[in-house]
Design a protein around this ligand. Structure first.
Ligand code: FMN
Length: 180
């Protein structure tokens, strides 16, 4: 049974759901998923695992610093093994060319900053979790979303994630881990 380490960062909890869905797909296919949220402490080193999946969400144009630090620290080992990166953002929900470019740049910046070369990368649309935000964040997001043409209904959360795409990515990671 291959062992896959899944390390992720999340600020308001949506990436937790993506990581859980991926772990389920891995486990259903006989792969042991070792899931680590960087908010709970530094994840273990990648040695000893057959593959590594790293995920992070974008806030103010950047992914979580703890995830970048962990990848930088283990870059040499990560570059020798099967690895995958996924990024969660709101621009990924938008088909306009400007948003597509921004979505690509989030990934490019992550790879430039860390020097890591994963075998595969993916961007997934995240969620607007108005109910999770504190007062100021809710206000700021409402203004930004109005400008971007997204919903300003702050009384509920809004999810844009394509779960089929998340499951496809997880299945690709199963194949990656099996191939070695
Ligand atoms: C304060 C704040 C800033 C954000 N900044 C960006 C951004 O710069 N670009 C983007 O595409 N999405 C941005 N988002 C959207 C998040 O990436 C999206 O809500 C994602 O689902 C968050 O995942 P998480 O709950 O795992 O942190 C922002 C969200 C918040 C609340």
């Amino acid at each position: 049974m291959p062992d896959v380490l899944l390390v992720y960062g999340s600020t308001h909890g949506h990436t937790v759901k993506l990581a859980a869905r991926m772990a389920q797909v891995l486990e259903d296919r006989g792969v042991a998923a070792h899931v680590h949220d960087t908010r709970t402490g530094s994840p273990p080193p990648p040695s000893g695992y057959d593959a590594v999946i790293v995920g992070a969400s974008v806030h103010g144009g950047h992914h979580q610093a703890e995830v970048l630090h962990w990848v930088k620290r283990h870059r040499a080992r990560l570059n020798e093994m099967p690895t995958a990166l996924f990024s969660v953002s709101l621009t990924a929900a938008d088909k306009a060319e400007e948003s597509r470019r921004a979505t690509r740049e989030y990934i490019d910046d992550f790879l430039d900053d860390t020097g890591w070369i994963p075998r595969t990368t993916a961007s997934f649309a995240g969620a607007l979790q108005y109910r999770e935000y504190d007062f100021v964040t809710r206000l700021v997001m409402r203004v930004l979303m109005r400008r971007a043409g997204h919903t300003t209904d702050v009384w509920r959360d809004h999810e844009y994630t394509d779960w089929d795409a998340v499951e496809r990515f997880a299945r690709d990671c199963v194949a990656m881990a099996a191939e070695g």
